[in-house]
Write a protein that binds this ligand. Structure first.
Ligand SMILES: C[S@@+](CC[C@H](N)C(=O)[O-])C[C@H]1O[C@@H](n2cnc3c(N)ncnc32)[C@H](O)[C@@H]1O
Ligand code: SF4
Length: 422
């Protein structure tokens, strides 16, 4: 875990870990367990692994000899020159993930905490590329570099033309960064910069990635291409710990409530909501109920159309006028995301309550229910019931001024509910 740089944002700073290197015998045993577990890719990180040249080369060789086909080194690259790169290649290194923190030398050095780091990092990258080792760059975008992401991409295309991939991470509020929160970029600045950077990267033939622990979808990644969280959540029968955010250090906030991408996006860091109050975050694909013209699959009178379970994607409501207890298993199996209910009877209410009460240990509720209610004498009682069972949206039928005033009152009384009318 020892390091030759002192990045003020480092998420695994040396001061928080023991810096004693592991003996090669222990590394070998770990690699054997790793391979026995069916793993095919290994990333070696730190600290700065290149400080321990002999151990690093031995580790790479052990991993390749054990049959691991992809071995990546995470490095700041300042120690890598021609001979070192050749030795890495000979040991079998396939790929390097390099922290080039800015295209501007003084900004890179400031973020690396090491004067003179920039030219050494650039020549390290060149040495790796000269050896045919694939290089992915990691800029760890910070407040002072957020607006420059498009220039970074241009710089890479012109100065480091062998680089084909940039992992567009941004400072996560962990380790030292948790104590230096002014390093976090404002997403209102970063979103437009990422959109422009992606446009330029396309022209240059460079792939930009939104890695794990990366950016919310509305910060320039609306289409979901090359987004780790989105890819994970799209997997058949997925368990998406990053989107569901089991650790709860990323959260959905107010703009996410009505976001059609919420099941493919983990939201923003808790520290980001606290510090920036969600600046720059806005639902790119608004979730609209069928009563507002949103997409709905009609399953009235218990008549579920063929293919409804596949069609009920996020943002596409299953739209029912009643539900029966026997509908529960198929609704649960369908992993329903959005349900719109109109009509009122006890069994429907009980069925929706059971769906919402399904033990869900996850902090981010993905299943959401909207209910259409007439503005009659039972309105208050019904809204009270719906808010208790966890319905999130109530749609009031009618547009007159008195109803608007009532809706405003109800919003004050039931803050957990979204109350719409029309
Ligand atoms: C801890 S570093 C160790 C490897 C090496 N010393 C380096 O600087 O690349 C591992 C990776 O985490 C990235 N990283 C460190 N702190 C981070 C943070 N707060 N947010 C996002 N990425 C971070 C680094 O840029 C690097 O790619
Ligand atoms: S609004 Fe929320 S859920 Fe939607 S893309 Fe932005 S952060 Fe993600």
């Amino acid at each position: 875990m020892v390091c030759n740089e002192r990045c003020p944002f480092c998420n695994v700073p040396a001061e928080d870990f023991s810096t004693r290197p592991m003996p090669i015998e222990d590394i070998r045993a770990q690699i054997q367990d790793f391979v026995a577990g069916g793993q095919q890719t290994l990333t070696i990180s730190g600290g700065e692994p290149t400080l321990l040249k002999r151990l690093l080369l031995q580790t790479i060789l052990e991993a390749r000899t054990a049959g691991i086909s992809f071995v990546e080194l995470q490095t700041n690259a300042v120690l890598i020159e021609g001979d070192y790169a050749a030795a890495l290649k000979e040991a079998g290194l396939t790929s390097a993930f390099v922290s080039l923190l800015s295209d501007v030398p003084v900004l890179h050095d400031q973020l690396a905490g090491l004067p003179g780091a920039f030219p050494r990092c650039i020549s390290g990258i060149e040495a790796l590329l000269d050896e045919g080792i694939a290089v992915t760059l990691n800029p760890v975008t910070a407040a002072i570099t957020a607006a420059r992401v498009p220039d970074y991409v241009d710089f890479v295309a012109h100065r480091l033309s062998g680089v084909r991939t940039i992992s567009l991470s941004a400072v996560q509020p962990h380790g030292r960064a948790a104590k230096n929160l002014d390093l976090l970029p404002d997403y209102a600045v970063l979103g437009p910069a990422i959109r422009e950077a992606r446009r330029r990267a396309d022209v240059h033939g460079i792939t930009l990635l939104n890695p794990y622990c990366g950016l919310p979808r509305c910060v320039g990644w609306e289409d979901g291409a090359h987004c780790a969280e989105a890819a994970e959540a799209a997997e058949e029968d997925y368990q998406a710990p990053n989107v569901e955010n089991v650790q709860a250090n990323k959260l959905h906030g107010a703009p996410c409530r009505d976001c059609g991408l919420r099941t493919r996006c983990g939201g923003a860091w808790r520290a980001y909501w606290d510090r920036f109050a969600g600046s720059g975050l806005r639902a790119p694909l608004p979730r609209r109920t069928p009563w507002e013209g949103g997409e709905g699959i009609r399953a009235f009178n218990g008549d579920f159309p063929a293919g409804w379970a596949e069609d009920a994607r996020v943002g596409v409501f299953l739209w029912v006028d009643r539900l029966r207890a026997e509908d529960l298993p198929k609704l649960r199996r369908a992993k329903l995301r959005d349900l719109a209910v109109e009509g009122w009877d006890r069994e429907t209410l009980r069925t929706v309550r059971s769906l919402l009460a399904t033990p869900e240990p996850l902090p981010q509720r993905q299943f959401r229910v909207a209910w259409l209610l007439p503005a009659d004498a039972l309105l208050l009682e019904r809204i009270g019931l719906l808010s208790v069972i966890g319905v999130d949206t109530v749609f009031l039928e009618g547009t007159d001024g008195r109803l608007s005033a009532l809706a405003a009152l109800l919003r004050g009384q039931f803050p957990s509910l979204t109350i719409k009318q029309g």
